[in-house]
Write a protein that binds this ligand. Structure first.
Ligand code: SF4
Length: 508
């Protein structure tokens, strides 16, 4: 059955050419591939955080090339296919080139660009084939990487080259940057996947043929959105495919996706249809009941805080390529904090800090924070994240460890308090600070801010500090970052106040 909401049929004169990424889309979902090929405008554009991940991947890819000195880049861009193919042939024929970056191959209707093709020589210096290396900014091998290399191998072998081995090059999070230049042999791990890829490659021709037949249909395949839409990647057509789903669609049930799978197999389509005897977690149960709930203990739990109550939030960046001494790839580095300080009288004061240059932010940030938090009062946070950041700062700076450890002892996490003592139907099962805030204090949303979520804050910080930006843009980003972090801590103040009112209304 074809969904009514799907786009109009289109005449399809011939099989479209596929790329490696389209093949991988097709493995995730044929409908995704169909929409990418025939109706790409229906995709949701990547958000700033996703775009920043792509940018970081590009930076990692470029750095990875330094591991192959003398290698040559196929300069023709992704839309200049004929030029890229011609440049690749020329570099293959030039025996002085030890490695080719972004080599282009076309075979069986599939076009690929290979991150690295390294020329392999025999013991007496004769070329005997190539090593194909895919570079990823991820920290471990995933199944999709094997699929990725399988389709590339199929195309390269089909184009007539000999592949001696196939490998994945990824970031090694065990690498600790000490000083001087980055040690590329430590930063990148290279793992031989020849055997696994060969097995998977055998399936590529049949899979491609099936995809090509599907692409010749005049309508997208009737595939219902499900768990597969988020694995291995979040599908950009999720909004399109789910736009007509009911507000209480079963896939909006939080928690174990296994429960959702079992329920959908039983024909359950909305949360309200879940049978009464279904085993649900406490959170799932509250979502199903869909009524406001206040625990009898909420008031006493809230009253356990000590004034002045600080409300603390960090923003961090995670750099794939470490820049500061004694840091590892993707280590969370705090660059900003905000603190709203509430006295017992209700008087509120705000302090904050933002590190604005390329130097190591951690020590100066930790010192300014210690000054702001002083020696007294509970420190309200909204996740275990702040604790982990404080502990990593304490490990990095032994002289600050005693003071930071005392700070850790004063932390008071609002998240489990809300999770265990209050529920509002408007949470929709999500206890993220944004969901909770928009349900309990709708006047204090994030809509008016230029930065609305943490991933965007991290990517904007990266641009401000590590990518060249003019001073006007820098000033704008600074202002947006400060406003965002400030909103997070003000949100905690207002949530505590709203919860106190709920407890009072319950008679505590
Ligand atoms: S949202 Fe799901 S069903 Fe729709 S195209 Fe994407 S993967 Fe397929």
């Amino acid at each position: 059955m074809t969904e009514l909401s799907d786009p109009s049929p289109v005449p399809l004169p011939q099989t479209p050419r596929l790329s490696k990424s389209k093949f991988l889309s097709g493995l995730q979902c044929h409908k995704r591939l169909y929409l990418e090929v025939h109706h790409p405008s229906l995709a949701t554009k990547p958000d700033a955080a996703t775009q920043a991940m792509f940018d970081m991947g590009t930076e990692v890819g470029e750095l990875a090339r330094s591991r192959f000195p003398g290698g040559a880049l196929v300069a023709a861009g992704y839309r200049q296919t004929e030029a890229a193919l011609a440049q690749t042939v020329a570099l293959i024929q030039d025996l002085t080139v030890p490695a080719i970056f972004e080599a282009a191959f076309l075979h069986g209707g599939v076009l690929i660009r290979a991150d690295v093709l390294e020329r392999i020589l025999t013991a007496d210096g004769q070329p005997c084939g190539w090593r194909l290396i895919e570079v990823k900014s991820s920290t471990k091998i995933k199944d999709v990487h094997v699929e990725d290399l399988a389709v590339q191998s199929e195309v390269i072998l089909g184009a007539g080259l000999t592949l001696v081995s196939v490998s994945l090059m990824h970031i090694n999070t065990g690498y600790l940057y000490r000083e001087g230049a980055i040690d590329l042999t430590e930063l990148f791990a290279i793992q031989d996947l020849s055997e696994a890829v060969a097995k998977r490659r055998a399936e590529v021709p049949e899979r491609l043929a099936t995809m090509n037949r599907m692409l010749l249909q005049t309508q997208p395949p009737a595939i219902e959105p499900d768990q597969h839409c988020h694995t291995p990647f979040d599908c950009p057509f999720w909004e399109h495919c789910t736009k007509d789903k009911p507000a209480r669609w079963i896939h909006y049930l939080p928690g174990s996706k296994q429960v959702v799978s079992q329920l959908t197999q039983q024909g359950v389509t909305t949360i309200d249809e879940i049978p009464a005897d279904t085993k649900l977690s406490p959170v799932q149960r509250r979502v199903k009941e869909n009524i406001e709930w206040v625990s009898a203990k909420l008031g006493s739990v809230l009253n356990a805080v000590q004034y002045p109550v600080h409300h603390l939030d960090f923003e961090t960046v995670m750099l794939a390529v470490p820049r500061f001494l004694e840091t590892r790839p993707y280590q969370a580095l705090p660059v900003q904090w905000s603190n709203h300080i509430e006295q017992a009288t209700g008087e509120l004061r705000h302090e904050d800090f933002l590190h604005k240059d390329m130097s190591d932010p951690r020590k100066v940030l930790a010192e300014s924070l210690l000054e702001s938090l002083g020696d007294w009062g509970s420190i309200c946070v909204y996740s275990p994240y702040e604790r982990s950041i404080l502990e990593s700062l304490a490990d990095a700076f032994p002289s600050l460890k005693p003071a930071l450890s005392r700070i850790v002892g004063r932390l008071w996490d609002l998240f489990p308090i809300i999770r265990d003592h209050y529920y509002h139907p408007a949470f929709g099962g999500s206890y993220s600070i944004k969901s909770v805030l928009s349900a309990m204090v709708p006047s204090l949303a994030y809509d008016d801010l230029a930065i609305k979520e943490g991933g965007h804050a991290a990517s904007q910080y990266y641009r401000m500090v590590f990518v060249e930006t003019d001073w006007v843009e820098r000033a704008k980003i600074q202002e947006a970052l400060l406003a965002y972090c400030k909103r997070d801590t003000l949100a905690m103040v207002e949530l505590r106040r709203a919860l106190k009112e709920k407890a009072q209304m319950k008679g505590e």
